[in-house]
Ligand binder design. Sequence first.
Ligand SMILES: C[S@@+](CC[C@H](N)C(=O)[O-])C[C@H]1O[C@@H](n2cnc3c(N)ncnc32)[C@H](O)[C@@H]1O
Length: 250
Amino acid sequence: MVLETGQNVTQPDLYDPHFVARLFDEMARTYGTVNLISSLGFARRWRKQCLDSIAVAPGDSVVDLMTGMGELCPDLLRLTGRSGAVLAMDISAEMCRRASRHGSGMSGDHFHVIQADALNIPLEDQSVDCVVSTFGLKTFNELQLQRLASEVKRVLKPGGQFSFMEISVPASPLLRWPYLTYLRRVIPLIGRLLLGNPENYRLLGVYTVAFQNCGAVAAYFAAVGLQVQQQSRFFGCATGISGSRPADHS
Ligand SMILES: C[S@@+](CC[C@H](N)C(=O)[O-])C[C@H]1O[C@@H](n2cnc3c(N)ncnc32)[C@H](O)[C@@H]1O
């Protein structure tokens, strides 16, 4: 889908799921390394904190939405154990291929990767114990985030838990300016040095600036009847939401 502009110039709709899938198909080859270098190790810590915000237990069934290359999955498999199940889901075929390859050493029967849109989760109502996701919220617009909230509530069992984390723009002006410069200039440069497409990495900055932080997402999740807490990491450079579907909520 493209947006028509006044000057007869067409621009891509950045929130069209097909556009997003293609973007990550293209980035898949370099995403892991760029993410590791550009986050200075923080991404790893924030993923761990995302999982630490809820109590994933042995035997739980967990869905990792926007799984990318399945970065959360080794920890999820360790937490859920042999009696649990981990389903990794992503809209990008290339990311799914890498998540499957990455997971090929992981226990077969209770680990699966599927290519699917998180806005239409192909699971039964009230069928999973936990829904988690890291760094996958920014490519959704407000309507899509509201839809995501409904989908998360729909698939969670009563009492089920969720946790999401996303890169965010810090509120403090002291941090904000250097952080935005880093997003706009340094990350695309790292992408270029690793032979990725710098324009794709520049777009990640555009999405992050539009997203800002998890504040609005928290409100959308609360609006569908989920209990929500918010988290801020490293002065707001990442924010998260976690919580549960009330046991007695319809
Ligand atoms: C920035 S990556 C994050 C990957 C990984 N979770 C991590 O911790 O690094 C965002 C991922 O979200 C996926 N994604 C974006 N929109 C999606 C949608 N509507 N449904 C499923 N996956 C989606 C992209 O394909 C991409 O792999």
